[in-house]
Design a binder for this molecule. Structure first.
Ligand code: CAA
Length: 285
């Protein structure tokens, strides 16, 4: 297993900043990259706010919060990741963008470095095929909000080596997460199961089985979920849910994965969920 000390994070958005925070709090040195200054500054200061809030609530000491924050070095230069032992990519969920990032990382990062992706649906095997180190590529799928959710879904591409997979498992566990192992098939394990449930909830709404509020209440109180499926879809983003349903539908070629027309319609109308204030429910922006 490889000794990991320096972790690079690509993307300071919702997922990247959460991963950076947890990595720094568990003792890793972190370089946080984003291509856009606004996103980098916002992500970096968001981490400070979260660390300070946690200290105020007594979750950790303000000394530990300060030390964790000091371990995170923000950068706008991808080349600053060259000495990283592990890079976790958490950029926007677009195939071409991710392929391009991995091509660049493959050129930049030292040859023994492991490159992981936080993708929720893009094939790890295909990402790896864009590099010359397919044995050192793996999926590390964190859940949102990263500091709260206890899971990392590990995805093994066709060429991922045992050493790489065992290393990302050990890093996830050191970060306080439980690591589950999934093979590289559409949706992996979590979204293969979660997204059809959400899609079915949208069908129930579409067919008038119950109101959005009642569907969520039924599933929250009836099956002990922290959020109902439509509220969770809004939290994840309806555009993301639709993109993942399309991956399942295309990749598994089974009509049971067809995205609900109402989900398509909401996305076409620009109702993306919490992030822009309107999905199955409405939110203060
Ligand atoms: N960052 C850090 N901490 C956060 C947070 C955030 N964004 N949001 C909430 N928290 C913390 C709060 O500080 C609070 O901590 P304490 O109890 O220690 O004070 C705790 O979480 C609970 O928060 P709240 O009381 O404000 O709200 P809540 O009880 O309603 O919980 C929730 C919020 C944790 C988000 C909860 O509703 C939940 O677990 N929802 C389901 C989330 C889920 O399923 N996520 C996975 C989505 S799927 C995915 O990410 C993968 C994919 O590919 C689509």
């Amino acid at each position: 297993m490889k000794n990991i000390q320096l972790i690079g994070i690509v993307g300071a958005g919702q997922m990247g900043r959460g991963i950076a925070q947890v990595a720094a709090q568990t003792g890793y040195e972190v370089i946080l990259f984003d291509a856009f200054k606004n996103s980098l500054d916002f992500g970096h200061s968001f981490i400070k706010t979260q660390l300070d809030k946690g200290a105020e609530k007594g979750k950790w000491s303000s000394d530990d919060a300060g030390k964790a924050y000091a371990r995170i070095k923000p950068t706008l230069e991808l080349t600053d990741l060259k000495n990283c032992d592990l890079v976790i990519e958490a950029a926007t969920e677009k195939r071409d963008l991710k392929f391009d990032i991995f091509k660049k990382l493959d050129e930049i990062v030292k040859p023994e470095g492991i490159l992981a992706s936080n993708t929720s649906s893009i094939s790890i095997t295909e990402i790896a095929a864009n590099t010359k180190r397919a044995d050192k590529i793996a999926g590390m799928h964190f859940m949102n909000p990263v500091p709260v959710m206890k899971l990392v879904e590990g995805i093994r591409g066709l060429e991922t080596s045992d050493e790489t997979f065992n290393t990302v498992a050990a890093v996830s566990e050191k970060m306080g997460k439980t690591f589950v192992r999934a093979q590289d098939y559409p949706g992996f394990a979590v979204n293969r199961i979660l997204m059809p449930m959400i899609n079915e909830a949208v069908y129930a709404l579409y067919e008038g089985v119950a109101s959005a509020k009642d569907i969520d209440t039924a599933m929250k109180l009836g099956t002990n979920q922290p959020m109902g499926p439509l509220e969770l879809a809004d939290f994840i983003g309806l555009d993301t849910c639709l993109a993942i349903m399309n991956v399942l539908h295309d990749g598994l070629a089974d009509t049971k994965y067809r995205p609900c027309p109402l989900l398509r319609q909401y996305v076409a109308a620009g109702r993306f969920g919490r992030k822009n204030g309107k999905g199955f429910h409405t939110y203060d922006k």
